[in-house]
Design a protein. Structure first.
Length: 410
């Protein structure tokens, strides 16, 4: 089914999805600057504080379902059962999150933020991925964001912008997007059955492992920024964050590639070595090579880009361009090893290694002396990441040999 997808279809899905998401990212970038100026530092800080907490709940609500849904489909061969399972998981943790917020936080704004950010957790993205229609989903997502942009711009024009209004706008735009997705997938809606007991079977453990992996990956981004600020200063954190913005396009591109190629890799892992190698070649052609080319070009033109996009306070980013290029390339390797482990049903093993290396990184940060250069802190991150991903690549190679030999015997 998936492994016989033509290169033309792959190219179409990746290109349309990537272009749409780059347009969204560009609009978001400039709109966030305008929102920051309109709200002021205090209110903008409150907004990001609420979003940061809501994002943690988002990981819990999603509970690894995005990464594991296609594997469940290959096992069940029934898209309605997969939809029921995924939606019940998300609904259970969504309701649980709201109850926890009401009982322990007693904050109406936080409750609103959790609803605003996580109502989109009920999107049909995994269904479009299984049906190889990621481009269609990206178009709906683009419509959702355009509606959000229009409402925010109007509120700024009429001088009515506030944190509460932004959160309500997120709810409105996400709800309309979900309505459109529900209409095109109404057969799944009609077949849905609420059954929370059904989700607590042995497969829920794989979702738990994926969730823990998400939290461990957060060590390389969010927690690392906290240590950089704590050990150095806000200026260094600002340089690092601004530098990471420059390679955001890689994350967008890689996300779309994963959505298109992940089902093919999963299916090939259930067939034979020849098919897996064939699909991995597609990953190399459509993903690794373009990203490697981007990193090389980025390294040489970044001084010009930095001077063009930022003021003189950010010229220090030029000193970490090489490190940023390597981080961008490692995004590609991280995605591949994650797909391989999940596809071979080795999520527990993947989780153990991910948590282990994340803890090593945190220990190194914790005991690092105050006053190290920004390059030194990024070097620590890269060192742990490279050792981690090389180890995972070697381990996934031996797992592949073992698993595919078992398939051949069957």
């Amino acid at each position: 089914m998936f492994i016989y997808t033509s290169n033309n279809v792959i190219f179409k899905e990746i290109s349309i999805s990537t272009i749409n998401n780059i347009v969204i990212a560009a609009f978001s970038f400039f709109l966030n600057i305008k929102i920051a100026n309109e709200l002021g530092a205090d209110n903008f800080g409150q907004y990001h504080y609420l979003i940061s907490i809501a994002s943690i709940f988002s990981i819990i609500i999603n509970f690894g379902t995005d990464r594991i849904a296609t594997v469940n489909y290959l096992n069940l061969k029934n898209i309605k059962k997969v939809f029921n399972y995924v939606t019940n998981i998300r609904l259970f943790f969504f309701i649980s999150s709201l109850l926890i917020t009401l009982i322990f936080f007693n904050s109406k704004m936080l409750l609103l933020a959790i609803i605003a950010l996580n109502i989109q957790s009920f999107n049909f993205g995994f269904i479009y991925e299984i049906n190889l229609k990621n481009a269609n989903f990206s178009i709906i997502f683009l419509i959702e964001k355009i509606l959000y942009f229009i409402l925010i711009v109007l509120s700024i024009f009429y001088n009515n912008i506030s944190v509460e209004f932004i959160l309500l706008t997120l709810i409105i735009s996400s709800s309309i997007s979900l309505s459109i997705q529900s209409y095109f997938n109404r057969d799944l809606i009609h077949s849905f059955k609420l059954n929370f007991l059904h989700i607590f079977d042995k497969t829920i453990l794989n979702n738990l492992y994926i969730t823990l992996i998400f939290f461990s990956e957060y060590a390389y981004g969010g927690i690392s920024k906290i240590f950089i600020q704590d050990k150095m200063d806000y200026e260094s954190l600002g340089l690092f964050s601004a530098g990471m913005q420059l390679i955001l396009i890689i994350s967008i591109f890689q996300t779309q590639i994963v959505k298109v190629l992940r089902p093919m890799i999963f299916e090939s892992q259930r067939t034979n070595t020849k098919e897996l190698i064939k699909v991995l070649k597609k990953y190399f052609i459509f993903s690794t090579l373009p990203i490697l080319l981007f990193c090389i070009i980025f390294y040489f033109i970044s001084p010009f880009l930095i001077k063009l996009l930022y003021n003189n306070q950010y010229l220090g980013i030029i000193n970490i361009v090489l490190e940023l290029s390597i981080i961008a390339f490692l995004i590609n390797i991280k995605s591949l090893v994650g797909i391989l482990y999940v596809g071979f049903d080795e999520t527990f093993r993947f989780m153990i290694f991910s948590v282990f290396f994340s803890l090593i990184l945190l220990v190194l940060f914790y005991f690092s002396p105050v006053g190290l250069s920004l390059n030194s802190y990024i070097f620590i991150i890269l060192s742990v990441q490279i050792v981690n991903y090389v180890f995972l690549l070697i381990d996934s190679y031996f797992i592949s040999k073992k698993k595919l030999n078992e398939v051949h015997k069957i």
